[in-house]
Design a protein around this ligand. Structure first.
Ligand code: ATP
Length: 459
């Protein structure tokens, strides 16, 4: 491996890396614990100025790749609150559950499958009774070391009521996935645009799950953001489209700057798949917390459209132009989580090294994702002519790129360290040579720490 002159990488253990990422995210204004000032609200996170920019860059990249640059995709933005029939028809009211156990002393609740996995047991395809038995047989305890209750189901949807009267008819739920907002608009888009098969609908937006035990930073939150595609296909051609999306997912992880050897496909066995799925590949990533699901790719058959047809009484057929052949399309669903993408990007980018004997932390973010593209500063801030020139350069870059930061605090070395820590690819410095000799500015690279002199217009 080639290292830049004077730079030696520091190797960290995973736990330390996770703690460092969470610390940096809070300190530098990426991600704060939700409602922190009132003691927090478990499973919620607030994005600060740099975090929201990074998150938007990820979401914008996705929209460009999968909507703007394709001619078979339609974007939508459905309401979060939906008629309760949506969640009855989809099966979420009855089956969107996780297995729960209670610590018999403290009354704290946990995911039974997580406790069993942590204790080294496989839970693939086990029923609630079998999990309870496994706990009893192996004397699995709560994290506090106490006995556990039997395993039961817990529905993860947040329930609410819509309107001033709270009765059975006003019940609604905060959507636990964006997908159903797409399925309920399939017919609308069909009638407005008459698309040829295969075609897809794409949506980004909030999803809510009352996770039994949110954990691992933003990896498992109660409020998060999804980016989902429902790709409608002729049932005879589902395999071709599934393969197409498998390849697209790899393009996506590469566009995020994730190394291929940290991304892994897991072919989900039948007894572990969601009830509607005939094939699922989980794309896993080597997070500091271990190898865990980054996103999912599922063949959902015609499960959702058939349910909507049955419960709403509306016809969901697609009519093939020319032949008038009619059928309910099948669906390939790539389902992406924004927070998990962001956590993977931070994991891949977080670097510690030693530059000329001094330790530095930096985020090696891909340029197109970095929340700040350029930081601009005068070499010193008490020389008005330097400051004026630097302001000029700043205005040019700001107009062109938007995400440009003015930074004239502390000495130049401190500024570089600060910008390295938030992943700014380039620092532009205006010095006396700019004014007196060449009119060029100095530009310093985050990754190599090397500086060159360039014309501002060439940036
Ligand atoms: P897990 O098994 O990790 O709970 P899941 O299989 O329930 O995830 P899906 O229902 O397939 O997840 O949701 C699609 C995507 O939404 C996931 O791949 C993930 O990126 C994201 N996601 C799901 N639940 C959460 C959560 N609680 N916090 C953050 N992202 C989530």
């Amino acid at each position: 491996m080639y290292y830049f002159r004077g730079i030696i990488p520091v190797v960290m253990d995973k736990k330390q890396q996770m703690e460092n990422i969470v610390g940096l995210a809070k300190r530098r204004g990426f991600i704060y614990p939700g409602s922190d000032i009132y003691g927090g609200l478990s499973g919620t996170w607030d994005f600060g100025p740099l975090g929201v920019q990074l998150k938007r860059n990820i979401m914008k990249l996705w929209w460009e790749m999968f909507v703007d640059q394709r001619d078979d995709m339609y974007g939508i933005d459905a309401a979060i609150l939906m008629n309760q029939k949506v969640w009855q028809a989809s099966g979420h009211v009855d089956t969107f559950t996780d297995p729960l156990v209670e610590d018999l002393e403290t009354k704290q609740r946990f995911r039974a499958d997580h406790l069993l996995k942590d204790a080294g047991h496989s839970v693939d395809g086990l029923s609630l009774e079998q999990m309870t038995q496994l706990i009893r047989d192996n004397d699995v305890k709560s994290p506090a070391g106490n006995d556990l209750s039997e395993v039961r189901t817990f529905n993860m949807m947040f329930k609410t009521t819509v309107g001033p009267v709270a009765d059975d008819t006003s019940i609604s739920y905060l959507r636990p996935e964006t997908a159903q907002g797409i399925f309920t608009n399939y017919k609308n888009v069909l009638d407005s645009f008459y698309p040829d098969l295969p075609f897809g609908l794409a949506q980004q937006g909030k999803a809510f799950r009352n996770e039994i035990s949110p954990r691992d930073f933003i990896f498992r939150s109660r409020e998060f953001e999804q980016m989902e595609i429902e790709y409608f296909v002729n049932p005879t051609a589902w395999e071709e489209s599934f393969e197409h999306w498998r390849q697209q997912v790899w393009k996506w992880t590469q566009a995020l700057g994730l190394p291929d050897d940290m991304v892994h496909e897991l072919e989900v066995p039948e007894n572990d798949r969601a009830h509607y799925s005939k094939r699922t590949i989980d794309f896993e990533f080597d997070f500091p917390i271990g190898r865990e699901e980054l996103l999912g790719l599922a063949y959902r058959t015609d499960f959702d459209l058939q349910n909507i047809q049955r419960v709403s009484g509306k016809n969901m057929d697609y009519t093939v132009k020319g032949t008038n052949e009619k059928f309910v399309p099948h669906v390939i669903e790539p389902s992406f989580g924004v927070e998990r993408a962001l956590m993977a990007v931070l994991t891949a980018a977080y670097t510690e090294d030693e530059v000329n004997g001094e330790t530095r932390t930096f985020l090696k973010l891909p340029e197109h994702l970095a929340p700040v593209r350029f930081a601009v500063s005068p070499l010193v801030r008490n020389k008005p002519e330097l400051v004026a020139k630097a302001r000029e350069v700043y205005a040019i870059l700001k107009k062109k790129y938007g995400a440009v930061m003015w930074d004239d605090n502390g000495n130049i070395g401190k500024r570089y360290r600060r910008q390295d820590e938030i992943g700014t690819p380039y620092c532009v410095v205006i010095d006396f040579d700019t004014l007196e000799t060449d009119g060029l500015v100095s530009i310093r690279s985050r990754d190599t720490t090397e500086q060159i002199r360039v014309d501002v217009n060439s940036l």
